[in-house]
Design a protein around this ligand. Sequence first.
Ligand SMILES: Nc1nc2c(ncn2[C@@H]2O[C@H](COP(=O)(O)OP(=O)(O)O)[C@@H](O)[C@H]2O)c(=O)[nH]1
Ligand SMILES: [Mg+2]
Length: 638
Amino acid sequence: MSQTEHHVIIGTAGHVDHGKTALIGALTGVETDRLTEEKKRGISIDLGFAPFRLPGGMIAGVVDVPGHEKFISNMLTGIGGIDLVLLVVDVNEGVMPQTREHLQILDLLQIPQGIIVLTKCDLAEEDWIDIVEEEVREEVSGTFLEKAPVARVSAITGDGLDGLASLIETKARTLPIKDADGPMRLPIDRHFTLSGFGTVITGTLLSGRVRAGDMVEVLPPGDTVRVREVQVHGKQVEEASAGQRVALNLAGLDRERIRRGAVVGTPKVFEQTTCIDARLTLLADAPRPLKFRDPVHLYLGTARVVGLVALLDRDLMEPGESAIVQIHLDRPLVAHREDRFIVRSYSPMTTIGGGRVLDPRPVKHRRFRTEIMEALKDLESGEKSFLLQKLSDQQATTVKNLELLSGLGRERVEKNLRQLEEEGLAWQLVDQWAASDALASWRHRLRDATTRFHSENPLQPGIPHATLKGALPDKVSSKAFQKLLTMIIDDGQLVRKGEWIALSDWTPQPTRQQAEDLEKIEAAYQRGGALVKNRNEMIERLNLTPEQADTYFTFLFAEGRLVKLTEETYLHAETYQNAVQLLRDHFAQNETLTLAQFRDLFGSARKQVQALLEHFDSLKYTRRVGDERVAWKLPEKD
Ligand SMILES: Nc1nc2c(ncn2[C@@H]2O[C@H](COP(=O)(O)OP(=O)(O)O)[C@@H](O)[C@H]2O)c(=O)[nH]1
Ligand SMILES: [Mg+2]
């Protein structure tokens, strides 16, 4: 299946008995009222589906919704994924309550395209149809259908159907091609079991693609299962892609664990949420204002949950008003930023408004806080500020995590991060990203921690890496820490001293007593030369506490006055230089060196000679070949 294939979903809308199902039947040849109950009563209860071959050959998916107000829940779960709506009005009845309610819902959901279809034209005079068209035009003014074309048809005689079909074709061509490369996302609108076949779910594939054999996640509950078979319009296909009506046979998924409203998606991309931040608009004709924590029915995708609306900046929201709110949901669902939803009053159930998700996984907000409202407005104004806020909330975080938090998809997350980086608002630290505010504060923390460490440990050459990293939030990865450290070192504020980090203008400051002790240790090593005692004996002899010993030895090592061969074995720098010279002289005359030879040359105990030679190996001065050593990269004489 080609990447650029155009897939379009067409939906119906309009009052009960206005001829929606008959129209779809006449256009597609499919009777979408499949339930016995529907056939008996002659009325649509649940969603109906049909493939529709457009004149140009493109096959569109049609979702036929029920018009009766009792079944508006079903209408709402079907209408979410549609690209083009046919607003059906019976010319003999004109605009009726559900014509109006559906129109409001479609407008709140910002359905991209629409056509007004006047049906049952075989039963009315031309003049009358003109009057009804006028009435409908008035009704749709100010909505997304304001400039929509009108088709006059009869499902019985077939008049006007060809014209309607080519109108649909023209409109469908103007729709953007859907994102088939993003993560797969399919909100379930039906599920059933076929004996011997297992669990089948259907829905409109909103983004991505799906193939037989793919692993997919179903949320809720969050089970990962295998796709056994993919069907599009009742035919098995190898792959389905964004914008198609799809049926999936899922292996090993218990029917009890699925509901309409759950989302089937690429594993580990989606997360469920029970709280969203949203821009909510109340319809001007909503029957009453909304109070703090009023319950509403919320329809998002194919899901329907009860939500408590936390008004953040007011006590009452009047009809016609719009506000940023936080909605707490009674059951988890999958939501993305920019997803549209509808709210209906809890009881009686009427459509009172709708909105748009700003943040699918927010923190709980306190009310009446100007700074919080400012931040939310900022977040509403764009993806970039949204990501920047997430970045600040998270401190250090990965692209993957930002994808999860924002639901924006990898490409858009990365694009926005690059822009933020160019604007100097965000930084990439190898495997993580951070907001520049955080970065600035971390720089301070690293400098402060180093300064503090110096004043508490005046003899230490600097702060050890691990201790310094402790000054940053735990979330910062070690790669990010190293990168940040390198940036500060490049700025000249800190310096690397071997395995320590120090302020660039800092030198250790021994007290008089310390200076004397240091002299004593150094002198003992100098005197001892090649025959020097090991560290422990030295500490005992000089009567040092373990803490003093640690500080002093580290200091002398960092200053280059002692050389450390092992934890136990130190040599005075001169003695060591002497040993290096012996090594050079030896290899000037010989090819190989044994431990015994070097012990004779250097004149110290076997254990120390061994430590020394291993030290030379580690510096690659020498290399072991069997029991002997050969010269490798001997240092130049300085
Ligand atoms: N004469 C005439 N009757 C129609 C036409 N379209 C639908 N009907 C009838 O109107 C009734 C309701 O149609 P239906 O498609 O079920 O309406 P829906 O509730 O909007 O789906 C049925 O009895 C249809 O046969 C039409 O174009 N002309
Ligand atoms: Mg119907």
